[in-house]
Design a binder for this molecule. Sequence first.
Ligand code: UD1
Ligand code: CA
Length: 451
Amino acid sequence: MSLSIIILAAGKGARMTSNLPKVLQPLAKKPLLSYVINTAKLLNPNEIIVVVGHQSELIKETFKTEDVIWKIQDQQLGTGHAVLQAIPSLKSEKTIILYGDVPLVEQSDLLKLVEQSGNSLAVMTYIKDVPNGYGRIQRENAEVVSIIEDKDCNDDQRKIKEINTGIMAADTQKLIKWLSKLSNNNSQKEYYLTDIVALATAEGEKVYSHKVLAEITISGVNSKAELVDMERKYQSKLAQTLVSNGAHIIDPNRIDIRGELIVGRDVTIDVGCIFEGDVTLGDNVYIHPYCVLKNCKVKSNSTIESFSYIDSSEIGKENKVGPYARIRPGTVLGNTVHIGNFVEIKNSSIDEFSKVNHLSYIGDSDIGRNVNVGAGTITCNYDGANKHRTTIEDDVFIGSNSQLVAPIKIGKGSTIGAGSTITKDTPDHQLTLSRSKQINITGWKRPSKKK
Ligand code: UD1
Ligand code: CA
């Protein structure tokens, strides 16, 4: 069976009170529409048609790498009118209609809906205790016969709790026929897509339904309040999935995952952590409170202490990083490395058993194994125009408060005296220092306060 998918995304979303079109509003840092397109792709349709209107250029630009067909609905004359715009591109036997602002619809429900639709029509419904605002599912002898919009309901119809989620699947040729018969003879003077249900019934076609149970999967986003509410529910769902796979998330209400987080066994994540992009945590990794990890990998048995920020880097096994560490893009730490507080590392590699424990800047450097970088060490990697690399070979000891002016190589086993500014390569296994000699001035007196 071949499938077309239409995604309606032309609405203005006035209640968002935002300059950004509704379908570009972020959920876990990704635009709402991206979720719908991704779910649509999972169904392997022949074509995905997105109907846009308000700020269509910006939406098209945002998704320019996606293989979708764009249709413009200049005036928003109703959901039926929106679907009409897609007709010229419908080339498959079946059509599913989705909404750009209903991001969490599930693939499994859509498969059931298509299956249900037979050679007619199926609507996705939900039982809502307070159904205000939604179209109601009207049934006769248990069969769906029509959908009545909230604004067109009489008092009895208003009491119906089974609502129209808006999502439908239909035989494409019949859908096209029904759409051609729509009128806007209703309280909103709109072409209602929902009217095709009564048209099908009138033709003696059976209209099927699929009732979904999880409200979040059919919820739309119309306001900032609904957006933030959905964000919390979505985050909670992601956290619960991690917990059920064995992660120890200290408080599932205080974690944010904005991308994909993969965890090994016995991982612990304390409160307030944010994960962005692709993050992988190995077995027994412990993330302490309030860390931000973006596009990074932390190998097994490592601990990230509180308030650390790790971006586009790789942390080896048995590391201890932080608290207050900043690991910038291009950093690769070997096994059993220690990075302490107020240490910034950028585009550098540090081999096993090495330590940078306090107040240092390591940029564009390659540090060997078993190196101790003293407190306050700075690699001077920038001459005002170009960046240069620093190489520190195995078994080096850098005394505190040293500056290493790149390009430079600190030879194997050498020691740098504290407080040195090193501008030339140092020989292996020797002590190098550059500070002036300590002197005593006899008879010197501290100034005293004038009376
Ligand atoms: C629609 C349904 C209602 C259902 C509800 C679920 C109709 C007539 N009513 O009502 O039964 O309970 O959704 O949320 O279908 N859109 C366009 N072009 C238009 C009009 C709408 O692209 O001309 C898009 C909007 O961007 C939005 C979606 O269609 O994403 C739904 O439109 P909206 O006006 O919010 O529909 P409702 O009145 O809520
Ligand atoms: Ca409307």
